[in-house]
Structure formats: structure tokens, C-alpha cells
Write a protein that binds this ligand. Structure first.
Ligand code: SF4
Ligand code: F3S
Length: 112
């Protein structure tokens, strides 16, 4: 079992989540963060820290967001680790709550 970062992180990337993760299993792309499912120890500390409410436990992932599990798994293999909080993206407040931001996702492997 693992926790999963979902759509509302895209274009926000607040990074409050990384500060509490005891195993540093977050990986950073240009405008999204993911959790490596094989490294996550399911401690649940990150979920309440996300101002965008973008983190779900794998077993509580809404049906509409099931594809984010595989996306986290795949991108965590390609992106660098992030272990310290940094500034959110400049337009984070504007994008927070906008639905279906997947088409804005940057840093997919074919772009790398
Ligand atoms: Fe890290 Fe715990 Fe969140 Fe998993 S559930 S990503 S181990 S803080
Ligand atoms: Fe994203 Fe929330 Fe972390 S917006 S970077 S999952 S604090």
C-alpha cells in the first residue's frame, strides 16, 4: 500500500508534503510531485499537510483518479528525489482547485 499524489498538485506543487516524509520518497517534476509506491511506508503523515488536498491513500483513491497510481509509479522512476520544502509554483493559488489539470503535466518521459 502507498499514498498517491493526484491532479490538484499539478501547477501548484506546494511541497509541504516532503517535509514530513520520514523516508524521502517524493520525486519532483517541473509542475507535479509523485510518491514512489515501493518506498512509501504508508505512514499517512503527508496527507493532511497538502494545502491542495492532493494526496490520497491508495485504498481511498477516487475511481476518477485511479490512473494516478500508475502515473506516480512511472514518474518516480524518472524524476529526481526531493527531500526539502521549496517555494510553491508562482501561480499555485490560481490553479488550486482547478479540475483536470493532467493536460498541463510537464516532464513526461518522452519530454525528458
Ligand atoms: Fe512519505 Fe508517509 Fe506520505 Fe508515504 S505516507 S509518502 S512514507 S509521508
Ligand atoms: Fe503537491 Fe500537495 Fe505536495 S500540492 S507538492 S502534494 S503539498
Amino acid at each position: 500500500m502507498a499514498f498517491v499524489v493526484t491532479d490538484n498538485c499539478i501547477q501548484c506543487k506546494y511541497t509541504d508534503c516532503v517535509e514530513v516524509c520520514p523516508v524521502d520518497c517524493f520525486y519532483e517534476g517541473p509542475n507535479f510531485l509523485v510518491i514512489h509506491p515501493d518506498e512509501c511506508i504508508d505512514c499517512a503523515l503527508c496527507e493532511p499537510e497538502c494545502p491542495a488536498n492532493a494526496i490520497y491513500s491508495e485504498d481511498e483513491l477516487p475511481d476518477s483518479m485511479q490512473h494516478f497510481f500508475e502515473l506516480n509509479e512511472m514518474l518516480a522512476e524518472h524524476w529526481p528525489n526531493l527531500a526539502e520544502r521549496k517555494d510553491p509554483l508562482p501561480d499555485a493559488e490560481k490553479w488550486d482547485g482547478v479540475e483536470n489539470k493532467l493536460d498541463k503535466l510537464e516532464g513526461l518521459p518522452e519530454d525528458l
